[in-house]
Write a protein that binds this ligand. Structure first.
Ligand SMILES: [Zn+2]
Length: 66
């Protein structure tokens, strides 16, 4: 299955559910066409990068979406 990228929260997911359950950007059709860079958050509470860029949920994210 092709991965989808949410324009709002920048989640990269299989399917239509964002890493952030409150976002729902993908459900409302806000998928990005392309992205630059990826980051994988394993444990948002232990990740300094996650805190720095404000990613509260584990999962894969795009750095930049377009
Ligand atoms: Zn989203």
């Amino acid at each position: 299955m092709k991965k989808k990228i949410c324009k709002r929260c920048k989640s990269i997911v299989d399917g239509n559910k964002c890493n952030d359950p409150a976002c729902q950007g993908l459900q409302s059709g806000q998928a990005a066409q392309s992205y630059k860079g990826r980051i994988f958050i394993v444990d948002a509470n232990k990740s300094q990068i996650a805190k720095k860029i404000g990613l509260p949920y584990a999962g894969e994210y795009a750095i930049k979406v377009s």
